[in-house]
Design a protein around this ligand. Sequence first.
Ligand code: DGT
Ligand code: CA
Ligand code: CA
Ligand code: ZN
Length: 591
Amino acid sequence: MSLDNQTVAKYLEEIGVLMRLAGENDFKAIAFDRAARTIENLDEAIEEIIAEKKLTDIKGIGKSIANDLYALAETGSIPVLEELNSRVPDGLKQWLNISGMGPKKIYKIHKELGITEIAELKQKCEDGSVAELSGMGKKSAEKILKSIAWMEQFDERCRFDEAERVANMMYEALKNVPGVKKIDVAGSYRRRLETIGDIDILIAADSEDVAHIFDVFTGHEQVVEVLGRGDTKSSIRTKEGRQVDLRIVTKKQFAAALMYFTGSKEHNVVMRQRARDRGFALNEYGLFHLDEDGNTDFEKPKSFETEADIYKELDLNWVPPELREDRGEFALFEEKEHIGLVNDSDIRGVIHAHSTWSDGKFSIEQMARACIEKGYEYLGITDHSKTAAYAGGLNIDKVKRQWEEIDALNQKFSEEGLEFTVFKGIESDILADGSLDYPDDILAGFDFIIASVHSGLELPKEKMMMRFENAIKNPYTTMLGHPTGRLLLKRDGSALDMNRLLELAAKHNVVVEINASPWRLDLDWRFGNKARDLELITSVNPDAHDTEGIDDIRYGVYIARKAKFGKERVLNTLSRDEITEWFTNRKSTKN
Ligand code: DGT
Ligand code: CA
Ligand code: CA
Ligand code: ZN
């Protein structure tokens, strides 16, 4: 098996978590955490070090962990992990999905109340038993209940990135099966919705190939349950608990079926009405003439090859799937062939990234070199500000030393002939009264400032709006970070009057980021029309805490498209020179 550093780190991390769930000495667990961090940040490939049996040469890796990893490389498993996995009750592992529940807290409740299932935990929170435990209290019990409710409510949905893994896996498994003429993923996945219910795959094939294709689908190694199988549709559940629907149609029906199963339902309703208004019936099988009684005349199909052909028949240009939500796309595409949505390749630089100076996993130089490798022209580094002490926020002294490091780094890049700039940014907390986290003379030293709320997210709407209004009016604020603070399927966002917030931002020339982390995707695309009316500028920001996190930008681009942003309204589509000038101008025209 191939073992990259990330994979090995994940194994070690899992051992640390399970040890705590098993109530073992924290020292042992910490050793695994630390080894995981070390290996993750290693420049050399861990696989080679394992092969050379030189693991104990690495600082922080003792003999015992080294032996665990040798076993992993040889046998594909780690005995201590296997043992922990069988010792820790499965029910307890589920508790980790409850937002705010760490393994130590879980073990404590489990041990003191003798329960292992989430249903039991719920009951013990309700009857007051959890509140009575030392270090807990009524508030904690209520919080746990709320988190469980959240979890249950959203159990049936998952984040886009989770769906993407499953969708890609099934797509790859099916695309080359004999008889598959066309294949596409439809549904909310194709519309790039931020959370996905089930995954809808569509295949075009002849009827004699259907049974065999369904066999491959339901027999896939990741399938744990076949939910149903008919002549044209089959549904399964994967190991991760995701439902996948596969529909097989004829090649002739494919375009209509793809459009139908891409949805959204709301978009389809309007399309069907447009068809009727023009004497047609539109359904998943195709476009047909209506007979004199107004019924679908299946004998009289209208021919078409592609989705675009169908749209054309209904006096529309092809609507990109992201926009099919009945939110103004019909008016736009009656007129225009396209509306110039931003693309992945338009993004020229990376804004909003953390380094080891605060809670990131890599140095500024490592982050910068990763950006260079990925073809970007600049990196706007934004570690946390001083109030975010839990995330290693920078005091003034550290800010100044970071600036020196960035200056030196830019010097080094230019000596190496690299046309790359690291900009001095900060992710400043928006404090309780809406002020930023440093005195003005320090704020003035940054190239740009992202202002974000990280505490007091649950304040009443008026209070939150007051904070944001002050932050927006602060001349040093360049952009707002993750405006609602939501964590998808985990934590609700702050109560905000988003329309008013966007109006204020536009008025004061403040950019509102689309935080591209698949956990956030915040600004919500549903405010895209408002943003468009206001000519608001966004920036598609990965909020990267490691080099891999930089790639989250593409999720942000999906959302920016869904929110109808064109390249001209996305800040980090500017080139290095352009954005240097933009930052300079922004600073000199403090409003
Ligand atoms: P999801 O799975 O909840 O994230 O959202 P979708 O949009 O993927 O919904 P799903 O899987 O129930 O159905 C896929 C598409 O099929 C949906 O977007 C539109 C179409 N569709 C399904 N049921 C209906 C229906 O009753 N009426 C109409 N007009 N379209 C439907
Ligand atoms: Ca779906
Ligand atoms: Ca479905
Ligand atoms: Zn943040």
